[in-house]
Design a binder for this molecule. Structure first.
Ligand code: SF4
Length: 365
């Protein structure tokens, strides 16, 4: 059997060629994008905080290897998880025992015949199963980090209405024996600012230093230091880059003063109709992937390239405001077999589950 995760489905939805490289060849970029790296780091931090405590999360963060590329990400993640813990320290929505990062498998049901697929198995990992504070029902909690606008009328929330990910998790939670009634999107907004390139250098008294063209400090007529620049007179303010601890402090202050900007939760029900439509969509997407696989097999029996079986979708090449990880491959300027750029990974690296040969389906209702 084959495993169909939400990530795999999204990859095929985005572009069949993307799916071919990521899920058939299992070749993935060695270096993650900034957004993906930060999302993964914060996801782990939040899971540790929710399953243990803040100390456990920060200890794990301290153990990450720091380099020039990731150190700012780690600082931002550290300040955000501390801000998150401050906001939700008395959270009435508590995770169920063993409710964090629960893996699941579930049959992919043909929505017309109600028979389980003999080819596909749905699988994934629920971020969190929690208890709703007011009625005690199970809530599917989905944690997200984003830089997008989170205003109530923004497209971010509209998009979630049709998001197949949460529907996959409904099906998964049901297969684990839960009966979720709604989903909670637990969204963390990434800061909109970064390290300042230019802040005033201060003297031991905390006064900015202004220099003239000869490099001498500029004094006012009363003998006290001048505090502002004047380009017409050639007076310049001495500046330097903000340090990482200064940035961390500024961010911590901004987070504690703007918790509504950084941390938002949104409850979303899934109706029977939503789930039914999801099953029709998913069944069709699984069939489409299988059709591409069969076409690839036909081409390979004729010793032809498998690529035509997986059509490209150029409109998706710059989704998420950055080039697709395989852009250079599709543009024929790099080779997917280049081990400096790509590595061979498990097909579903986020899961411990592997596809069984057979799956016994015992419908409960
Ligand atoms: S670069 Fe474009 S065509 Fe190529 S895999 Fe990515 S989305 Fe598809």
């Amino acid at each position: 059997m084959q495993i169909l995760t939400n990530s795999r489905r999204q990859s095929f939805d985005r572009c069949p060629r993307n799916h071919y490289y990521a899920y058939e060849l299992c070749r993935r970029p060695r270096r993650k994008s900034d957004a993906l790296y930060f999302g993964t780091i914060f996801h782990n931090l939040r899971a540790l905080y929710r399953s243990h405590d803040l100390a456990a999360a920060l200890t794990w963060l301290d153990q990450q290897t720091i380099n020039e590329w990731n150190q700012l990400h780690l600082i931002i993640a550290s300040e955000l998880i501390q801000g998150y813990a401050n906001v939700y320290w008395n959270d009435p929505m508590l995770p169920l025992p063993d409710g964090i990062e629960r893996e699941f498998t579930a049959p992919l049901i043909n929505p017309l015949t109600l028979a389980p697929s003999r080819t596909w198995l749905l699988a994934g990992k629920n971020d969190e199963l929690a208890i709703h504070p007011s009625d005690g029902t199970t809530v599917l909690v989905e944690a997200k980090t984003t830089s997008e606008d989170l205003a109530p009328d923004s497209t971010y929330w509209m998009r979630l209405t049709l998001d197949p990910q949460i529907s996959t998790y409904y099906v998964g939670a049901t297969s684990l024996g839960f009966e979720p009634k709604q989903a909670c999107y637990d969204v963390i907004h990434k800061p909109k600012f970064t390290i300042k390139d230019s802040i005033p250098v201060l003297d031991p008294e905390g006064i900015p230093i202004v220099k003239d063209q000869r490099g001498a400090r500029v004094l006012k007529t009363n003998g006290t230091p001048r505090r502002t620049a004047d380009s017409a007179k050639g007076f310049t303010l001495l500046t330097r880059q903000e340090t990482l601890p200064e940035f961390a402090q500024r961010l911590a202050t901004h987070i504690s003063a703007n918790t509504d900007f950084y941390f938002k939760r949104f409850y979303l029900p899934r109706t029977e109709t939503d789930l039914e439509e999801f099953m029709f969509d998913t069944w069709q997407i699984a069939r489409n992937i299988r059709d591409c696989q069969l076409r690839q097999a036909q081409l390979e029996t004729k010793s032809l390239s498998p690529l035509p079986a997986w059509p490209r979708k150029p409109r998706s090449c710059f989704d998420f405001h950055r080039p697709c990880s395989y852009f250079q491959i599709c543009a024929h300027t790099e080779n997917i077999l280049d081990n400096n750029r790509f590595e061979t990974t498990p097909q579903n690296p986020e899961l411990d589950i592997t596809a069984p040969d057979h799956y016994t389906y015992e419908p409960s209702h």
